[in-house]
Design a protein around this ligand. Structure first.
Ligand SMILES: *[C@@H]1O[C@H](CO)[C@@H](O)[C@H](O)[C@H]1NC(C)=O
Ligand SMILES: *[C@@H]1O[C@H](CO)[C@@H](O)[C@H](O)[C@H]1NC(C)=O
Length: 282
């Protein structure tokens, strides 16, 4: 590739290669914000700066990873589970978290750093922005999967356009589930829909199980559990059928939509509970 800098970077980002897209991350952050205690709101605002919303910083880590300074953080966005979907799904920290780190070790590291107190304001803010982002990544099933580079190497089409399975889970299917597009109005209405289900709808009876482990003292153990929970969907649905060369904007999307909505709601509700615990310990 002869082009560099501003040509290359947007292409990488728009391919959605590595994370819930902007809308997915913003949705997780906006849901979390809804469940913050007053103390946690103050805590978060004190770190991010007044007027800065969690949703607005939720995708910072995806931009940072493509910079020279941020390249080290690229492995923090996923854990490459070396399992055998669709027959066997599992996550093992020893087996799957590489020497460069993974989303589980990153959540543990930035949990420690956000509480450190000796770090600069900038580094503390960065730690919180990483946490907000990784709570989204870890709920995306293909971020907890090594198979075909987390689905990046499974070429598919979406509405006739060439893309890959991972990108569809990150971006195209999220935008469709949200009602199309990527605007503030879409973010607000989608977040509200999922919050409604958490509060008094189809998720209300299971939401307690989503936060059965949100102890900041055992961040790594909890995060392995969150990764396992998401990874299981690779056997149940995501990689159950061979979608190579298939059009996903159809039956596959119909089956994926409930999983996407559930995982975004789960990530947001869990992040809210976790930030409440961080604020209570501060
Ligand atoms: C923790 O985060 C810092 C700051 O980004 C990084 O320099 C360090 O390598 C990380 N440590 C681990 C064990 O991930
Ligand atoms: C979605 O909207 C955000 C905020 O306006 C923007 O930064 C981002 O680039 C957009 N993403 C896509 C894929 O259009």
């Amino acid at each position: 590739m002869h082009s560099t800098g501003f040509i290359t970077v947007p292409l990488l980002l728009s391919s959605g290669a590595q994370a819930w897209g902007t809308l997915g991350h913003a949705t997780v952050a906006q849901i979390a914000d809804n469940y913050l205690t007053p103390a946690a709101k103050t805590y978060v605002q004190g770190i991010l700066g007044s007027g800065v919303t969690m949703a607005s910083v939720a995708s910072w880590a995806d931009n940072y990873r493509y910079t020279t300074a941020g390249k080290f953080s690229a492995p923090y966005h996923f854990i490459d589970a070396e399992d055998s979907p669709p027959s066997s799904c599992s996550v093992s920290l020893d087996r799957d978290c590489g020497s460069g780190g993974c989303v589980v070790s990153a959540i543990a590291n930035y949990t420690q750093r956000v509480q450190d107190g000796r770090l600069s304001e900038e580094n503390t803010k960065e730690a919180l922005e990483f946490l907000i982002h990784f709570f989204g990544d870890i709920t995306q099933p293909l971020h907890d999967e090594a198979e075909e580079v987390g689905g990046n190497d499974i070429k598919v089409t979406w509405d006739g356009a060439d893309t890959n399975l991972h990108a569809c889970w990150d971006t195209q299917m999220v935008e469709k589930a949200a009602g199309g597009g990527n605007s503030t109005a879409t973010l607000d209405s989608f977040s509200q829909t999922l919050i409604g289900r958490i509060d008094s709808g189809s998720y209300s009876s299971e939401k307690a199980s989503w936060i059965s482990c949100v102890n900041i003292e055992t961040a790594s153990d909890c995060a392995v559990g969150w990764a396992q929970d998401a990874n299981a969907y690779n056997c149940q649905y995501v990689l159950k059928t061979d979608e190579s060369g298939q059009e996903l904007d159809g039956d596959y999307y119909t089956g994926a939509e409930p999983i996407i909505e559930l995982q975004l709601a789960k990530g947001g509700y869990r992040l809210g509970a976790y930030l409440n615990n961080l604020a209570a310990a501060a």
